[in-house]
Design a protein around this ligand. Structure first.
Ligand code: NI
Length: 159
């Protein structure tokens, strides 16, 4: 198990656009493994590669602790509805803010074998997909927060 340091807001790596992954090299595989380890160690819902300082289009999400989803070069192809709720981010520790997002998304991505697949989600999964994909284009949820950022003691839904 190897965890990586999570970059925090203010680090320029979080503001850059990530590059597409072309193949799963041993280095990319190690990054993916480390991203899951880092996600679970931090009790997060999702983590994007730039959050560990790597500008690649890779996202890991697990909304229950038992449903790991790896998305390489993900793209949202459908979204509908609306949900407003509190959101946090492992790169913005101890904070939370209200964000309105689509309530349903369908995304396409590549898996760990570079095979294409689809993910559909509502509610928390839909929120996590939108939040993590924003990271790949250098955006943090704080740009979308309605009202003030709040301090939270329990940060169980950080992504
Ligand atoms: Ni985040």
């Amino acid at each position: 198990m190897a965890t990586r340091k999570i970059r925090e807001m203010g680090d320029p790596v979080l503001e850059k656009k990530c590059k597409e992954v072309k193949e799963i090299t041993p280095r990319v595989q190690e990054l993916i493994d480390d991203m899951f380890d880092t996600l679970y160690e931090a009790n997060g819902v999702g983590l994007a590669a730039p959050q560990v300082g790597i500008l690649k289009r890779i996202v890991v999400i697990d909304t229950t602790g038992e449903d790991p989803i790896l998305m390489i070069n993900p793209r949202i192809v459908e979204m509908s509805g609306e949900q407003t709720g509190y959101e946090g981010c492992l790169s913005v520790p101890g904070k939370s803010g209200q964000v309105t997002r689509a309530n349903y998304v369908k995304a396409v991505a590549y898996d760990g074998n570079m095979e294409p697949f689809e993910v559909e989600g509502t509610e928390l999964l839909a929120r996590a997909i939108q939040h993590e994909l924003d990271h790949l284009d250098g955006h943090l949820y704080v740009e979308k927060v309605e009202g003030p950022l709040q301090d939270v003691e329990d940060t169980e839904e950080e992504a």
